[in-house]
Design a protein around this ligand. Structure first.
Ligand code: SF4
Length: 270
């Protein structure tokens, strides 16, 4: 039960720090069939039992034609754990596959978002819980910085554009090592999506980079997460957040010749 303990503790921390769940909330967990969303559902169910405030919990799955095998048997698991589950086959996504077989993630996730809001509306919930993990946040931070020129990852809590739903990401502090360990520990069967086997993607290259960096420093992910919660705007270049008159130069911000040289040597040996 080591992974379950870590999972619940980290989800509890995120829920508390970002005020994700409020009394009387009706929450729908978007379950993709993978390890992360199933771990999220398990953690929220455990928190529901011990939380001092009442909230409702249910789950839904959007079928976009990308699961490696039929997802319907997930219904039996949901019944076993006492969760009301809605399976929604998104016809628009099936049409997209037929009409544009080479479509990318942008179109796919746009269709999924629309379907998620449609389902949430039908279920009458006010909160949608999403299974993005600490790994997703770190990859998103690097992807945005390297490919879009923006410094940002994913919001822990956000309102949908219409203001109808609160979107929460309770797994922001949970690594995929923990979600994998949790589903194995619990004997939960997962149903992957075909895209999880894709190679040559930006996501895969960032994952490989992070894994390789972890070989030398096992704490890189924790450090990236900590950095997202400890921004120093005076050392960045966004003029909206810099008070030019009060910025203070200290010894940390002066170039250190020794470490610069060391970095150059490292780069030369790569
Ligand atoms: S990885 Fe696959 S399922 Fe996910 S958004 Fe991209 S196309 Fe869609």
């Amino acid at each position: 039960m080591a992974f379950q303990k870590q999972l619940i503790r980290k989800v509890g921390r995120a829920v508390h720090e970002f005020d994700m769940i409020r009394a009387g909330d009706s929450i729908a967990v978007g379950v993709s069939g993978g390890k992360d969303s199933l771990a999220l559902l398990g953690a929220l169910q455990a928190l529901q039992k011990r939380a001092p405030i009442p909230f409702d919990l249910q789950a839904f799955t959007i079928e976009q034609g990308k699961f490696v095998r039929p997802i319907e048997p997930l219904g039996e698991y949901m019944e076993q754990i006492g969760i009301h589950w809605t399976y929604y086959r998104d016809q628009a996504s099936f049409d997209l596959i037929e009409e544009q077989p080479g479509h990318g993630c942008d179109a796919c996730s746009r269709y999924r978002r629309r379907a998620v809001y449609d389902v949430a509306k039908q279920l009458g919930v006010n909160v949608i819980a999403l299974g993005h993990t600490a790994d997703d946040l770190c990859e998103s931070l690097l992807r945005n910085a390297l490919y879009t020129g923006k410094l940002g990852a994913l919001p822990a809590v956000a309102q949908s554009r219409s203001g109808e739903f609160r979107l929460i990401r309770p797994l922001i502090y949970v690594s995929e090592e923990i979600t994998s360990g949790y589903v194995q520990e619990q004997g939960v069967e997962i149903t992957p999506c075909v895209c999880s086997f894709k190679t040559g993607t930006v996501r895969e290259s960032l994952r490989t980079f992070l894994q390789a960096t972890k070989q030398n420093n096992p704490h890189v992910m924790e450090n990236l997460l900590a950095a997202m919660g400890r921004i120093d705007p005076s050392r960045l270049l966004d003029r909206r957040f810099i008070e030019l008159e009060s910025a203070i130069e200290d010894s940390d911000s002066l170039p250190n010749c020794a470490s610069d040289l060391l970095q150059i040597q490292i780069l030369e040996t790569i």
